[in-house]
Design a protein around this ligand. Structure first.
Ligand code: AHR
Length: 503
């Protein structure tokens, strides 16, 4: 067995974990909304049509914030279609997802759902087919108290108090040629600057997210960041990062190594923000919102075929991906990368909440169940509160074509002062060997192990599709403390959470 050595010191910390990094994303796409979170005909739905079985799982998952309503969908959306009495809401074509949108579930319903789910709503405005006026009227409807056209419209709709939505994204993936109203960096940079300026005139308390690149492999990355930030720096607060990784066909070692691309991507975006900060002579630091992220299973040709087959149906089942044990390890490592950058990554939205690249799956008029990726998310959301420690690591690694040496063990430590706990999150990327991890906890009084949760399988391709409990964690992990030092054994291809009492 190979050994990885970790050293954490109570005094050396990366940053405080912003609870909004445990966010998710709801888009009007496939069955995410209709029959995902909202299904009035379902026996478990409440009086608003919200599935209570799903609400329960959202709470177990530990989701703190949800971005809405898209996604590519938002670039041809008019919020005005989705407020007020149901009978006056028009039915529209959902162009990117080749379906029909009834607007039965809209802005007012989403806010009610957010209250029940206890999550912070994050809105995206349409900068594809719409622009400044549409963003301003949307903001006025949501946040202005009264005595203006749109705030009074909200009150006419029975909502006296403003929603006070704090975080707004300025469009979606505007760098992508698949986006309706796709723009060059200069076109988008100017539009984002002017939209942000006006939105802050209307409500100076809002925080705004500039569109960054849609993935690290975009040809325009990182010029897009430099150009758009150069326009909008003084008016925005975050820059968005989107990333999905597939590539299961490359084999497990290369597939799991992709979290190193995430690390390099975030480093580059940070550098772009810092460069423009100096150029602007600004005291303001721009933070990062990874407001769409996940593992992607389906080849794009298959998604295209599914879209051709939808017949413009309402809520067709598209892109319903089934995750394996090994997918959950890359998913976990992506999330660990956000923690390692906790000083700059303040928002992250796992994409999407139900049915499409989702932790939670639902059957129409049937059960809800969870995929293997649900567990790392819920563990990190539950035990990853506090401050991320700056862990020093040395240990065995393996060679890949893209990233050269990749450590077998991926690690993060979070210290939660109030509960006197250090939690170690560990992925063993090695397929055929257990790994030994030793961890020195300098300047801590270590009194014991609370639990060692682990998740692994005899089959890396196993899923929860047939047997919904096929992949699930146990707390039989092997670890011990001797003379203040932790030693743990990690199963091959495993996810581990070790909670240590340490003050
Ligand atoms: O799968 C969700 C889609 O992926 C979103 O609509 C878009 O923003 C991204 O490309």
């Amino acid at each position: 067995m190979k050994e990885t050595k970790l050293i954490c010191n109570k005094k050396f910390r990366i940053g405080k974990v912003d609870p909004r990094i445990f966010g998710s994303f709801i888009e009007h796409m496939g069955r995410v909304v209709y029959s995902g979170i909202y299904e009035p005909e379902h026996p478990l739905s409440d009086n608003m049509g919200f599935r209570t079985d799903v609400l329960k799982l959202v709470s177990e998952m530990g989701v703190t914030a949800v971005r809405y309503p898209g996604g590519n969908f938002v670039s041809n959306y008019d919020w005005r279609d989705a407020v007020g009495p149901l009978e006056s809401r028009p039915t529209r074509l959902n162009l990117p997802w080749h379906s029909t949108e009834t607007n039965r579930f809209g802005i007012n319903e989403f806010i009610e759902w957010s209250k029940k789910a206890d999550v912070q709503p994050i809105f995206t405005v349409n900068l594809g087919t719409k622009g400044i006026e549409n963003a301003l009227s949307f903001l006025e409807y949501c946040n202005h108290p009264k005595n203006s056209f749109y705030s009074d419209l909200r009150r006419k709709h029975g909502i006296e108090e403003p929603y006070n939505i704090r975080t707004w994204c300025l469009g979606n993936e505007m760098d992508g040629d698949w986006q309706i109203g796709h723009k060059t960096a200069d076109e988008y940079g100017r539009l984002a600057q002017e939209t942000a300026k006006a939105m802050k005139m209307l409500d100076p308390t809002v925080e705004l997210v500039l569109c960054g690149s849609s993935k690290s492999s975009m040809e325009t990355f990182p010029d897009w960041e430099l150009i758009t930030l150069n326009y909008a720096y003084n008016y925005v607060d975050y820059i968005a990062v989107h990333q999905y990784y597939g590539g299961q066909e490359k084999g497990t070692p290369e597939f799991l190594a992709q979290s190193l691309d995430m690390e390099r991507y975030l480093k580059t975006v940070r550098a772009a923000c810092d460069l423009i900060q100096v150029k602007k002579h600004s005291p303001k630091v721009i933070n990062i919102s990874v407001d769409e992220w996940g593992v992607w299973e389906l080849p794009s040709e298959e998604v295209d075929l599914q879209l051709k087959d939808t017949n413009w149906d309402q809520a067709p089942a598209i892109s319903e991906q089934i995750y394996t044990m090994e997918d959950s390890l890359l998913f976990a490592s992506m999330m660990l990368t956000f923690l390692k950058n906790a000083d700059r990554v303040k928002i992250a939205c796992q994409s999407l909440l139900t049915n499409i690249s989702a932790c939670i799956m639902t059957e129409r008029n049937g059960n809800a169940w969870v995929q293997p990726i649900f567990y790392p998310f819920s563990h990190i959301a539950k035990f990853g509160k506090g401050e991320v420690l700056n862990v020093m690591q040395s240990g065995p690694s393996y060679e890949t074509s893209e990233f050269k040496q990749v450590p077998y063990v991926d690690s993060v430590a979070v210290y939660h002062e109030d509960s006197g706990e250090v939690t170690l999150f560990l992925v063993n990327r090695c397929e055929n060997e257990k790994q030994i991890v030793s961890c020195e906890l300098e300047n801590f009084n270590v009194s014991g192990i609370v639990e060692h949760i682990q998740m692994f399988s005899d089959d890396k391709k196993a899923t929860n599709l047939q047997d919904h409990n096929r992949i699930r964690p146990d707390n039989n992990g092997k670890s011990e403390i001797k003379n203040g030092m932790l030693t743990a054994q990690l199963e091959p291809l495993s996810w581990n959470v070790i909670r240590i009492q340490a003050e």
